[in-house]
Every structure is written in structure tokens, then in C-alpha cells.
Unconditional design. Structure first.
Length: 393
């Protein structure tokens, strides 16, 4: 009765079951996995945001496949502040980065063709690929005084697809989640060279781009004009407004390929017309709200990072890996069990919730992921309790 593409294992894993059991029993949970910015105590300008949604123009239906020009111009202005010259006509608005991925996968890939994805990275890609009949082929990120792309692994991944025609794009995250690493300038150049040589498109997820802890990193890929590039981002992270469902695709690259890509994307977008008028009209105000919100988040991230480092300094079994940007920190822990078993044991015996590395397709054990946007008091208590427990095992 159902399609093979949705034949997922829908059984809850042990980690989820233990968490649900603890919540039902009323047990303490120090949640160090926070990802929803609307529930962590940030202060939003409610009058400004809600007022922006109450525009009279919202009552008129004026479908524009790529999104209203005023909204696209506001997004182009955001990129101008990043030092990237983006034309509003090279933008396509979507309701989420997930929808943006779907548009780009459908644009580039015939059923069964491949997109190269980094490992480790965000687990959502598996579901998006299944829903769009795309095959994911992993390439490795390696850690050596910081994370970097293993280009030998990337070239091997292209070869594993069987032919150039079977491989359509390389996906990167700038910065990556959960490794918190930006693509370096030299890596960006080599990545473009590979895409040109193998006739691949570049798909770049920049949702955490604004949350850099170091000043020096490669610029936004939205300015890349050497290879056909699709840069994805949105207000979910930029303005900490995931509920508003505003995202976009920036298309850049050689003129001929870019123009054809935009023409085809416009038809895809016109088929769905998923963006609604009130949100599009509010985009300028919601983008402007990013400044005070990002200030709050960066202060939270730096406070929690300092608390993490202070707690790590009091023991010698665990350490954190390099963090360049984003909302997450990656802990290297002793391998006494699987990461999931450790996370479950921590939850049961200490009430601290951390994510096991295998959620992000780490190839080996010994990794836990924690959120740096957790409220500061909860974060400090939770991380000290977790590290103390691990040190005593």
C-alpha cells in the first residue's frame, strides 16, 4: 500500500524511550540538547514582529513564484552586509531549508542519482534524500587540529557512484553541524575545482553562518561564481524564528547554467506557491530582528562555552573539539560503551540529556554533542554533573 521511499524504521530508539519514561515519571531532565530558540528565554520584540504580520496588503493574492520582490530585496540586503553581492532576481524563497533542499534535489537529480554528503553531519539528509529519490554517498570530514574536508575521500566518493552522470552535486555545510567547522578558503577553492572538473553542482547549507566564534573564515558561498552553486539559509537560525517558516535559495555560478537553473526553479516554485503573503511582507522586519537576537545568542554561546571549558579543566578524561561557529559543542569521551549507551546511562543516573555521536553518523564511538544555547544555569549544572559522572566510571 505504501511507497518504498517511506519504508523507514519507525520504532522509537532506546534513547527516546528512556527520555519519555523519565518525563512521564516526573524525573529531572537537564536538557543540553536545546535546538528550539523560542523556548530558551530569548527576548523578542513582540510588537515589531507581530505588527509586521498585520499588513493590509496581505489580503490581496499576488502570486510570485520566486517570492515577493520586497522580501527578496531584503534578503539581498542581508547578504550585502555579509560582503556578498546577491541580486534579488537570483533568489528563490521557500518555506524552510528542507523545502529548499527538495527543490534543489528535484532540479538536479533523476531518481537514483547521487549527492555527496559529509560525514559527520545532520541526520535530516537521509529522510530528504529518500523523499526525493536521491542516493546519498558519504565523504569524510577528518579532525587534525581542527576539522577539514578529506578531498581524497571526496574523489573516492565520486568514483563510487559509478559514473560522472550518476553523481550530480556535492553538499557542504558552512559551518557544519555538529562539527562546528567552517569551510576554509582553500577548501572552497578546491571544492569549486572538483565541481567544475566533474560537472557537479555545489549545494551549501549556511543556516549557522552568522554564528561565528572566529573572525577568519571563508565568505558566504553566495558569492561563488566559478561553479554552479545553491546557497541555502533562512530565518530559523538567522533570526531565531523557526516557526515563521521563511528560507531561501541563492543561485550563483556561470551565467548560462545559473540562468537555466533559475528558470527551472521558478517552475518548481510556481507549482507549489508555498510562501504565504503575511510572512513575505514581514521579511524585512524579521531580518532586522536578527541583530538583537543574535547578540543574545552569541552571549549565551560564549557564556556556556566558558562554563564548558572550566568544567573540562577540572578533569582529564574528556575534552572538546575545536569550535569555529554554530550552536553546538562536540565532546570527545572515553569509549567504555557505545555513545547511545553512555547517553542513556547519563540520563538515567544523572538526569543530564546529551546526544550520542551516532545521531550524526560519526564513524566511531566516543562522541557526545551538547547545545550551547541551553539556558546558562542549566547548562553549567548539567555539564558539570555529566563530566563528573564520566570521570568516576
Amino acid at each position: 500500500m505504501f511507497a518504498r521511499r517511506t519504508a523507514w524504521n519507525l520504532a522509537r530508539n532506546r534513547y527516546t524511550e528512556v527520555l519519555e519514561e523519565r518525563v512521564r515519571a516526573g524525573g529531572e531532565v537537564l536538557d543540553l540538547t536545546a535546538s528550539n530558540p523560542t523556548t530558551i528565554g530569548l527576548t523578542y520584540d513582540q510588537q515589531r514582529l507581530l505588527g509586521a504580520l498585520a499588513r493590509r496588503e496581505s489580503l490581496a493574492y499576488q502570486p510570485v513564484p520566486k517570492g515577493m520582490l520586497s522580501a527578496r530585496e531584503a534578503v539581498a540586503g542581508y547578504y550585502a552586509e555579509q560582503g556578498s553581492a546577491v541580486d534579488a532576481n537570483d533568489l528563490v524563497l521557500t518555506t524552510s531549508t528542507s523545502e529548499a533542499y527538495s527543490f534543489v534535489f528535484r532540479l538536479l537529480c533523476n531518481p537514483g542519482e547521487a549527492v555527496l554528503v559529509p560525514v559527520p553531519s545532520y541526520p535530516l539528509f537521509d529522510f530528504l534524500a529518500d523523499l526525493n529519490d536521491v542516493k546519498l554517498v558519504p565523504y569524510e570530514l577528518v579532525y587534525d587540529h581542527g576539522w577539514q574536508i578529506d578531498f581524497h575521500s571526496l574523489r573516492q566518493a565520486i568514483d563510487r557512484t559509478g559514473s560522472r552522470a550518476a553523481c550530480r552535486a556535492v553538499l557542504t555545510l558552512h559551518p557544519n553541524n555538529p562539527t562546528a567547522s567552517f569551510v576554509k578558503a582553500r577548501e572552497a577553492r578546491e571544492l569549486s575545482e572538483i565541481c567544475i572538473a566533474y560537472e557537479l553542482a555545489s549545494i551549501v547549507d549556511e543556516v549557522f553562518f552568522d554564528y561565528a566564534l572566529e573572525l577568519q573564515h571563508a565568505p558566504s558561498f553566495s558569492s561563488n561564481d566559478s561553479a554552479l552553486t545553491f546557497t541555502l539559509s533562512g530565518l530559523s537560525k538567522i533570526s531565531a524564528l523557526p516557526q515563521m517558516k521563511v528560507a531561501w535559495i541563492v543561485v550563483s555560478g556561470p551565467a548560462t547554467a545559473k540562468c537555466e537553473a533559475l528558470a527551472r526553479l521558478e517552475v518548481i516554485a510556481d507549482t507549489y506557491l508555498s510562501m504565504n503573503a503575511p510572512l513575505q511582507l514581514a521579511v524585512p522586519e524579521m531580518l532586522a530582528e536578527r541583530r538583537p537576537i543574535q547578540n543574545q545568542l552569541m552571549q549565551r554561546i560564549r557564556t556556556n562555552l566558558a562554563a564548558l571549558d572550566a568544567a573540562l579543566a577540572q578533569q582529564n578524561l574528556c575534552h572538546r573539539l575545536s569550535i569555529e561557529g554554530g550552536w553546538y559543542a562536540l565532546l570527545r569521551v572515553p569509549v567504555l560503551s557505545t555513545d547511545e549507551e553512555l547517553a542513556v546511562t547519563l540520563l538515567r543516573q544523572t538526569g543530564v540529556l546529551l546526544q550520542p555521536g551516532h545521531f550524526y553518523n560519526f564513524p566511531d564511538e566516543g562522541h557526545l554533542v551538547c547545545s550551547l544555547i541551553t539556558p546558562a544555569g542549566e547548562f553549567e549544572l548539567g555539564i558539570r554533573r555529566a563530566l563528573s559522572f564520566i570521570s568516576q566510571r
